[in-house]
Design a protein. Structure first.
Lengths: 481, 324
């Protein structure tokens, strides 16, 4: 059977993560590409099948809703890792730490004095219309003054090779378990390459997460009682909730397992009776957390939870209200936010953004809809977006009306020529677009995962990497060249 | 440990035990039928009776032949006690308890489920019945081995044992009930030569033949088999042995008095049984088994009440908490 020749790989239209325009592997990817070139197509197919068996056996799944019922699907995984050189990663890591540090100061300020609005850096109307600003959180001082303890920022690389931050997920970012499991699968499938010792390990995320959560406990001294709060097995990220609880050795609870009593403390219902809970890593959105304060019809949350949190009797990660900074309009202000709070220039660039809120920007957006990507301020999972170049005339016209009706809710960015990475497809190795989601933990100190979750748009030409819409993922190697 | 998780663990163990016991039951019946003449009247329908599912079976199947019964017991999702259904329930319970169970257990159950779905998931009967049933049994034994070898002796294990032993005791009483009803002497001379064979089959359904021969040196006789299966404290599938182990586990839990009382009551009934009389009188035996099953149900109720749903009086528990 024929072997792989990287010079036949048609990756030249976009920036490719592994293969340079010359057709030769980039230095950090040399080891991997040479290994793959040694395999014939049957052997490659065997590796792919082996990975599928491992994924099925390990039960790595995500849940999708289809016609009213719940289906557990095997996690779509590509065996060819994405590679990044260590020095580039070090710069990226520093940029992420800087960014999240500034964002936390920003959130803290918004719920205290709002100096940034007073000083005219953030327009008052942007804040006034923020869907994720929670008046219930004003005046609260969480431990370490950190609100977004777990952040997942999406990075993309443009045609010229620059890495941009595309968005920050500060509410309940998911994907970290897949990052860890992708590594486990890859280790089983390509063990030879790990023997070189040049691929940086990423094992200690859950230990770091545990330490960070423990550092927030309101009861100093005692061993803190930490729990992961899940909406339940029907949630698409249930696998991850369970995985994290298991890896940290803490209880995985549902809202009905918890109760807040008159002393404002949170207890869980155990076989031994009620047991006090100190720290809750919640994977439920703000609005479902506490029916006494937010949506009264929520059965996922715990009545009285906000009371316990405000009273300092329990710590919540992420803090309610942290999502205010994950608004895509606020996003456009992040470079200014970094300058304002830290007095530093941003190390990682933002994608240039046009805010429909401003008349000049809006006119530009409406005149150039066929070239721009337009996003609503508060949607996630790739929903409600317009990808101008791929949209029909009717879709664009409909979107123009949406923008005119509520300009504050929309922002636009140029259509990036997202980078590709070699992916094993039906017809062999083909380029597919990728992004990267590193995870940043903030507590007493800040920690960034080694690399992150590389998501890949498995459909040819597609730019959508979300698992709910035909996306998959692959292992991410940070390689010491 | 969370009450909700404890309840899931308990059910997980019951379902898993049900999968194994059902596979053993079918396996032994298959072998037994090969030895019997058609005239004996024995057939596949007794399996449906043992599992207490005649009504459901009759709704969906018109014949009591091998194919129908096997389809029903192995791969019919409409029947909650079918191997595939119990296994699906085991897997669902595991999904919500993965954080406390060894990961290898999930992998094994998940694999078994996928394999069972492939073999009998579409209303077919397994192509190689022996290999299929042995695979299921072996896989369940593997899970129990993983639990024995890697799960710490915490409350997780306590609730697993409670579920497993209760389910096992229940299955043993069912088998005694139905099998023996067919067996007991009713004056039909032609069946007599097969009586020993049938008592042997009762033992074999419970994988107890070898252990029986070791402990009871005499031949295979009704009263001895009954005594062994009801009252033996060393054979793992004997009702008394299950209750004995279960009682010991109950003592590890807080507030165990009501459940322990129920377990002791059941144990007293079982150990006090006059097996010679029971072996002679089908109606007495039937009434006796009914009594034991009521005991087991009450025990199940006490377990649920003590540890799964006992939060009506939250405040008194907080008081308890503060004092301890």
């Amino acid at each position: 059977m024929s072997k792989l020749n990287w010079h036949d790989y048609a990756g030249d239209r976009f920036y490719d993560e592994l293969i340079a325009t010359s057709g030769d592997p980039r230095p950090a990817a040399k080891m991997l590409c040479e290994y793959l070139a040694e395999l014939d197509s049957d052997e490659l197919a065997e590796h792919k099948a082996a990975a599928e068996v491992v994924i099925q056996a390990m039960g790595i799944t995500f849940t999708v809703y289809s016609e009213g019922s719940m289906i557990d699907r095997a996690w779509p995984f590509d065996i060819v890792p994405r590679v990044m050189p260590l020095p580039e990663w070090r710069t990226t890591e520093a940029g992420l730490k800087q960014r999240v540090q500034a964002l936390n100061l920003f959130i803290d300020d918004l719920y205290q004095e709002q100096r940034i609005v007073r000083d005219g850096v953030l327009p008052a109307e942007v804040l006034a219309q923020s869907a994720n600003f929670r008046p219930q959180c004003v005046g609260i001082r969480p431990p370490h003054r950190v609100w977004a303890h777990i952040c997942g920022s999406d990075l993309v690389r443009d045609g010229d090779g620059t890495l941009y931050v595309l968005e920050d997920n500060l509410r309940v970012p998911s994907g970290v378990s897949y990052m860890l499991e992708n590594r486990n699968v890859t280790k089983r499938v390509l063990p030879e390459l790990f023997a070189t010792g040049r691929i940086q390990p990423l094992d200690d995320y859950t230990a770091q997460l545990y330490d960070m959560l423990a550092s927030m406990s309101p009861r100093a001294g005692d061993e803190p009682q930490i729990v992961v709060l899940t909406p339940g097995i029907y949630n698409s990220a249930y696998f991850e909730h369970s995985y994290l609880a298991q890896q940290m050795g803490v209880e995985l609870v549902e809202g009905s397992d918890l109760v807040v009593l008159d002393d404002d403390c949170v207890y869980m219902r155990t076989v031994d009776g009620l047991k006090r809970v100190d720290v809750i890593y919640r994977r439920i959105d703000d609005l479902f957390l506490d029916p006494e304060v937010f949506r009264p019809d929520s059965t996922l949350g715990v009545p009285g939870l906000m009371r316990a949190w405000r009273g300092g009797k329990v710590a919540l990660a992420n803090a309610p209200g942290a999502g205010v900074a994950d608004d895509k309009v606020i996003y456009a202000f992040v470079p200014d936010i970094i300058r304002y709070y830290l007095g530093q220039e941003p190390l990682l660039p933002n994608v240039p953004s046009y805010l429909c809120l401003f008349e000049e920007d809006r006119n530009y957006v409406l005149a150039n809809l066929d070239q721009l990507v337009v996003k609503p301020a508060n949607e996630s999972g790739g929903y409600g977006m317009l990808i101008g170049p791929h949209a029909s005339r009717e879709e664009r016209a409909a979107f123009a009306n949406l923008i005119k009706a509520n300009p504050r809710n929309y922002m636009a960015q140029p259509t990036l020529t997202l980078s590709t990475s070699p992916t094993l497809c039906e017809r062999g190795m083909e380029p597919r677009h990728v992004d990267l989601r590193p995870f940043i933990l903030s507590g007493e100190s800040t920690y960034v995962t080694m690399g992150g979750l590389t998501r890949v748009a498995l459909n040819k030409g597609s730019l959508v990497v979300n698992s709910s819409q035909g996306g998959g993922s692959k292992d991410t190697w940070i390689v010491d060249v | 440990m969370l009450s909700r998780v404890a309840e899931n663990i308990y059910w997980l163990a019951r379902y898993l035990e049900r999968v194994e016991d059902t596979a053993r039951l079918i396996s032994v019946n298959s072998h037994l039928l090969l030895d019997f003449p058609k005239a004996s009247g024995l057939g596949w329908s007794s399996l449906v009776t043992i599992t207490g599912s005649e009504a459901l079976f009759n709704t969906h199947y018109s014949q009591h032949d091998e194919t129908s019964v096997l389809c029903f017991l192995c791969g019919d999702r409409r029947y909650p006690g079918a191997i595939i259904s119990s296994l699906a329930a085991t897997r669902e319970a595991l999904r919500s308890t993965r954080d406390v169970m060894p990961p290898s257990v999930w992998e094994e159950v998940n694999q078994l489920y996928i394999s069972v779905c492939k073999q009998v998931g579409r209303g077919s009967i397994p192509r190689n019945r022996d290999a299929f049933l042995n695979g299921v049994i072996r896989s369940c034994e593997t899970v129990n081995g993983m639990i024995a070898g890697t799960l710490s002796h915490t409350q997780v294990r306590t609730f697993l044992t409670l579920g497993q032993q209760l389910e096992r005791a229940d299955m043993t009483t069912r088998i005694i009930d139905v099998r023996s009803a067919n067996l007991l002497p009713r004056g039909t001379e032609e069946i007599m030569p097969f009586e020993t064979l049938q008592w042997m089959s009762v033992l074999k359904s419970l994988t107890g033949y070898q252990m029986y021969r070791q402990q009871v040196k005499l031949g295979v006789k009704g009263p001895d088999v009954l005594r062994f299966l009801l009252q033996d404290k060393r054979f793992p599938r004997a009702v008394a042995c299950c209750l004995w182990r279960l009682s010991n586990k109950l003592r590890e839990l807080p507030r165990h008095a009501p459940a322990l009382t129920a377990a002791k009551r059941c144990l007293a009934h079982v150990t006090g049984a006059r097996v010679n009389e029971l072996a002679r009188e089908p109606d007495l035996l039937n009434a006796f088994i009914d009594r034991v099953q009521i005991d087991l149900n009450e025990l199940h109720g006490e377990i649920g009440h003590s540890w799964f749903t006992s939060f009506e009086c939250v405040d008194s528990q907080v008081q308890e908490q503060k004092q301890s």
